[in-house]
Design a protein around this ligand. Structure first.
Ligand code: FES
Length: 221
């Protein structure tokens, strides 16, 4: 884990990428990992903000939406991370399904580049077609999840904690590895052991901030 500063270089509206953040390479989170960040101009801000990657950039990364609206170009951020466990895209995966159950596919976008690099077909299941999606990506409604699951040889899901019981049926319909990014508040990143990010799993309670936020679905349900 590293600490350092970053700078908001550019922000975007109506885009899965909320901002371009310039920072040193060791601070750049892998897909599914996160940084805890706060603006140096707001030292009294009560909580650090979890920042996820949406895409890579040679001098930092594109951050997934949402970010605080007060973070405008030029804002200097204090950064801590990368934190937690990210996605494990198998090198052999050739049919990748990305499933945005929480209405925000932005954090899954970090898997587009590595999937395309290994020549995988990609299907995104989401409530609507996101802006800025490469044309090679097929977009399907969430109602197509049951028929898409047997097609995929890797599945990455982004879902709110409350939706965990709803994805259990996927384990029966798909034999492929399934990673799930559990969306919860991550106020302390594990340092204070606040427990706010706790999720109830098959073998007890796990903390999304350090045991996740990406979990192997079969390991927790
Ligand atoms: S965010 Fe505090 S224990 Fe996970």
């Amino acid at each position: 884990m590293w600490t350092g500063t970053g700078r908001i270089d550019e922000t975007y509206i109506d885009n899965e990428r909320a901002a371009r953040i310039l920072c040193d390479t060791p601070l750049v989170p892998a897909p599914g990992q996160y940084l805890l960040a706060y603006a140096l101009s707001e030292p009294d801000s009560p909580l650090a903000v979890p920042v996820f990657r949406a895409a890579s950039h040679p001098r930092g990364f594109y951050a997934a939406k949402p970010l605080p609206v007060a973070w405008t170009p030029g804002t200097i951020l204090s950064l801590r991370g990368p934190l937690g466990h990210g996605f494990h895209l198998p090198a052999s995966a050739r049919r990748v399904a990305l499933v945005a159950l929480g209405g925000n596919p932005a954090r899954l976008f970090a898997l587009l580049e590595p999937s395309l690099n290994q020549k995988a077909e990609i299907t995104l299941l989401a409530e609507s077609t996101p802006v800025g999606l490469p044309p090679a990506i097929e977009v399907l409604p969430l109602t197509a999840l049951a028929e898409t699951a047997p097609w995929a040889d890797y599945m990455a899901i982004d879902a709110p904690r409350a939706a965990l019981p709803n994805v259990q049926s996927l384990l029966a319909s798909s034999g492929c590895p399934i990673d799930i990014l559990v969306e919860t508040p991550l106020p302390c990143g594990g340092i204070a052991e606040c427990g706010v990010c706790a999720i109830t799993c098959r073998n007890g309670v796990m903390l999304a901030c350090k045991d996740g936020p990406v979990f192997n679905l079969k390991a927790i349900l």
